[in-house]
Design a protein around this ligand. Structure first.
Ligand SMILES: Cc1cc2nc3c(=O)[nH]c(=O)nc-3n(C[C@H](O)[C@H](O)[C@H](O)COP(=O)(O)OP(=O)(O)OC[C@H]3O[C@@H](n4cnc5c(N)ncnc54)[C@H](O)[C@@H]3O)c2cc1C
Length: 256
């Protein structure tokens, strides 16, 4: 069955910027599932977390992502990848955290039109390469919304009370841009590139942040997970290699 909402014809990018609803097309058996938006939480001026009920969600590993699909009345479809922010144990629910990209079709719809009760479609989880099962020491490095899959790992680590070492270096422009600011603990070092709280230096990720962690690796060594823009991923992985991290133990997720 195809359910049509009262959304006017959908012409990007404004089609998501009108106070209408998106059509939810027929589920593809075993693949696309309906996700009902149950909560919207603001994280920063440009990022918000969207919580969905997905009763048939099969579970995921921290670090995995999904494909999200919006379908308009006229059949126009927009699909985007989003990392799962929530820990795997959040049965029947998943959370995504989206940056509001300027003129972004899908992120713009979520930030300006979506409200609780709306339904979208999701397919996943996808990609095992960036997944962290919680079985090995993890060195996580993210920038901006690149922290989203890494936060799933941090939440999993906490929820399960894992003893395996986990460290997070997270870079943001300013304290007000730091996603999940209230959730970080001793495992996290936040870095600020434009302005920082008093007493905290301003600067980008540097060898001085990475080298000490690699100078004294935990037994078995670190598995490094890097997530962010192309430029950030290149920069961070270069620093890791220079500090002695084996290339084959650096996993990179690029948001484009
Ligand atoms: C594996 C994977 C996981 C991802 N996880 C997340 C996530 O957890 N949270 C999240 O916010 N995004 C995530 N993204 C990015 C996401 O898929 C979309 O690209 C993003 O939401 C923009 O889509 P849009 O429809 O709003 O913008 P579009 O309509 O596609 O683009 C609008 C304009 O913005 C530019 N643009 C597109 N994407 C970006 C970007 N990421 N940053 C800056 N400019 C951009 C385009 O060049 C274009 O000019 C992920 C991407 C991948 C590949």
């Amino acid at each position: 069955m195809t359910e049509t909402f009262t959304s006017p014809a959908f012409t990007p990018p404004t089609r998501f910027a009108v106070p209408g609803r998106i059509a939810v097309s027929e589920q593809t058996a075993g693949a696309w599932q309906t996700a009902t938006l149950t909560e919207i939480r603001r994280e920063t001026p440009r990022a918000a977390t969207f919580r969905f009920a997905v009763p048939g969600w099969a579970g995921h590993l921290p670090g995995q992502h999904l494909m999200l699909r919006l379908t308009a009345e006229d059949g126009y479809v927009a699909q985007r990848h989003y990392s799962l922010a929530s820990a795997p144990d959040d049965h029947g629910h998943i959370e995504l955290t989206l940056d509001h990209v300027d003129d972004g079709e899908v992120s713009g719809w979520f930030h300006t039109v979506a409200r609780t009760g709306d339904r979208v479609e999701v397919r996943g989880p996808l990609s095992g390469f960036f997944a962290w099962p919680g079985d090995r020491p993890a060195l996580l490095i993210g920038a901006g919304s690149g922290v989203v899959p890494l936060m799933s790992m941090v939440r999993h680590h906490r929820a399960r009370g894992l003893a395996v070492p986990l460290r997070l270096l997270v870079s943001a422009r300013a304290p007000e841009d730091l996603i999940y600011a209230d959730e970080y603990g001793a495992e996290t070092t936040p870095l600020f590139t434009r302005s920082a709280p008093e007493g905290v230096p301003v600067g980008r990720l540097a060898a001085a942040h990475v080298a000490p962690l690699l100078a004294e690796p935990p037994p078995g060594g670190w598995e490094a997970y890097v997530c962010g823009s192309n430029a950030f991923a290149e920069h961070a992985s270069r620093l890791l290699v220079q500090a002695g991290q084996p290339v084959e133990r650096i996993r990179i997720e690029r948001f484009g």
